[in-house]
Design a protein. Structure first.
Length: 246
């Protein structure tokens, strides 16, 4: 507010245009600054979201080797319950001192058979936790065993020195029948209750041979087809030839 002529005793007023313009400019500047800050904040939020998305994608789709080097553990538990689409437990995975066990669970909550994983061995087990099938990998070669309800070996399939061998066993896990390829030759052997060979059937150079053994597993009779015709051999208890024809 500025005065006019003091002698007139009247005061005249005029607005301070310079002051009002300065205030408007400052308000416009503040509004512009706020708008810029909001834009920067939006950019920062977008960048953070993008970074988090990239990190999640890398953790999900990165190669397993890199994931393992990071030392990240996705899940660590002693027991793991698997549920169906209705929320009912259908299987349980357990970690034990004797290996990992995966069991099926029926609608009544009772466990059935499953798998038992040990070092170099995978077993199929029944509802009594007894092994029924065993698959073993070793330096000597892989082997597959089938077991009865008493846990006795009944069928065995192995690779011995890179040679296949099939064995049938009795209720005492005694080998009774053996079928294999030995030195490139097919061979069938029948064993007694003491696992002594009693009958052997083989093919040598395309010619069949039948061998009979005594109770000590010694060869006593040999019957075969040679290039010149049939052949019969009789041997003593020490497997020495005592008679032959022709």
């Amino acid at each position: 507010m500025t005065g006019g002529n003091p002698a007139s005793g009247k005061l005249t007023s005029k607005p301070n245009t310079e002051t009002i313009m300065t205030t408007d400019e400052r308000m416009e500047k503040i509004e512009a600054e706020l708008a810029r800050v909001k834009w920067v904040n939006r950019c920062l939020v977008a960048c953070i979201v993008l970074i988090l998305g990239c990190w999640s994608a890398v953790q999900t789709f990165a190669p397993q080797k890199a994931w393992a080097k990071s030392g990240t553990k996705t899940l660590q538990a002693t027991d793991l319950l698997l549920q169906d689409e209705n929320g009912k437990t259908c299987a349980v995975l357990m970690g034990t001192t004797d290996g990992a066990v995966l069991l099926s669970v029926d609608e009544n909550g009772k466990h059935g058979g499953g798998l038992h994983l040990q070092k170099d061995c995978l077993m199929v087990i029944d509802e009594n936790m007894d092994k029924r099938i065993a698959l073993v990998g070793s330096k000597e070669g892989p082997s597959l065993g089938l077991y009865d309800k008493n846990g006795k070996t009944r069928i065995g399939l192995t690779m011995v020195n890179n040679k296949p061998l099939l064995t049938l066993c009795d209720e005492n896990s005694k080998s009774r029948v053996g079928l294999g390829i030995l030195e490139g030759l097919p061979n069938l052997t029948l064993f007694d209750e003491n696992e002594k060979p009693r009958i052997g059937l083989s093919i040598f150079k395309g010619l069949p041979n039948l061998t009979l053994f005594d109770e000590n597993g010694k060869r006593r009779i040999g019957l075969g087809i040679l290039e010149g015709g049939p052949s019969l051999s009789l041997l003593d208890p020490n497997s020495r030839l005592i008679w032959s024809a022709p």
